[in-house]
Design a protein around this ligand. Structure first.
Ligand code: MG
Length: 229
């Protein structure tokens, strides 16, 4: 499959930004607050919250909404403060800046296309001045009131960018939330499998299907694009 994209669309969490912030927020900080406010052992709180995350599931829009979870668990905390207290944990993967610099120097059109709500996106996109590389940073959750696995989301992106879906290359770390919906709507897609030990909590395990186009780091994008221009 040749790659001649007019726009490269990047997922954010697990693709550009490492998962430390999200793993800590969902699996450490919220259980800690729940444990304190309900006077139950931390391990029990962790187990309960994990069951609830699984019950709602990442295919539902609420999963991504910190305000939803705070209300759901009746936590007396300010979401903005929770996020700002943990913002030092937001970090960009080491391959991101070198690759984005090369792609930018080639005058590639690039966007961020993420399920994360704007309250997270606006903070994450400023780390290491990531925002300077992208013409748009779209929160599918906040800007479209959807998530990427909903029908028509990539078509809407193509329409907004003034290109055909087949002219978009989407790169993301989730099979169900990035690769599959992008392919279904006619985009080209690359599944980024960084083989992170903890990613099972925030991504999905892709099938072993050999037809899935996989990369292990963003450096491979440069090579794929260089091979077809
Ligand atoms: Mg992701």
């Amino acid at each position: 499959m040749p790659l001649f994209p007019k726009v490269i669309s990047f997922d954010l969490d697990g693709t550009l930004i490492d998962l430390d912030f999200d793993l800590y927020l969902w699996f450490e900080e919220l259980p800690r607050i729940y444990s304190e406010q309900n006077s139950i052992p931390l391990e029990k709180a962790k187990e309960y919250l994990r069951l609830e995350y699984n019950r709602i599931g990442m295919q539902r829009r609420e999963w991504y909404d910190l305000c939803f979870w705070i209300k759901h668990h009746k936590l007396g905390v300010d979401p903005e403060k929770v996020v700002s207290d943990l913002s030092h944990k937001i970090a960009v993967f080491p391959d991101v800046l070198p690759v984005l610099k090369v792609l930018k120097s080639e005058k590639r059109r690039m966007v961020v296309f993420s399920n994360t709500p704007k309250m997270f996106l606006d903070i994450k996109i400023k780390v290491d001045n990531l925002d300077g590389f992208f013409e748009r940073a779209i929160s599918v959750y906040s800007d479209y009131s959807k998530i990427k696995s909903y029908d028509g989301v990539f078509a809407q992106l193509a329409c907004e960018l003034g290109v055909e879906p087949c002219e978009i290359l989407h790169v993301g770390d989730s099979y169900k939330l990035d690769y599959l919906p992008a392919i279904k709507e006619g985009c080209a897609a690359l599944l980024l499998d960084r083989k992170l030990a903890d990613s099972k909590y925030l991504a999905d395990v892709p099938p072993l299907d050999k037809s899935i186009r996989r990369i292990a780091s963003l450096y491979e994008i440069e090579k794929l694009l260089a091979g077809c221009d």
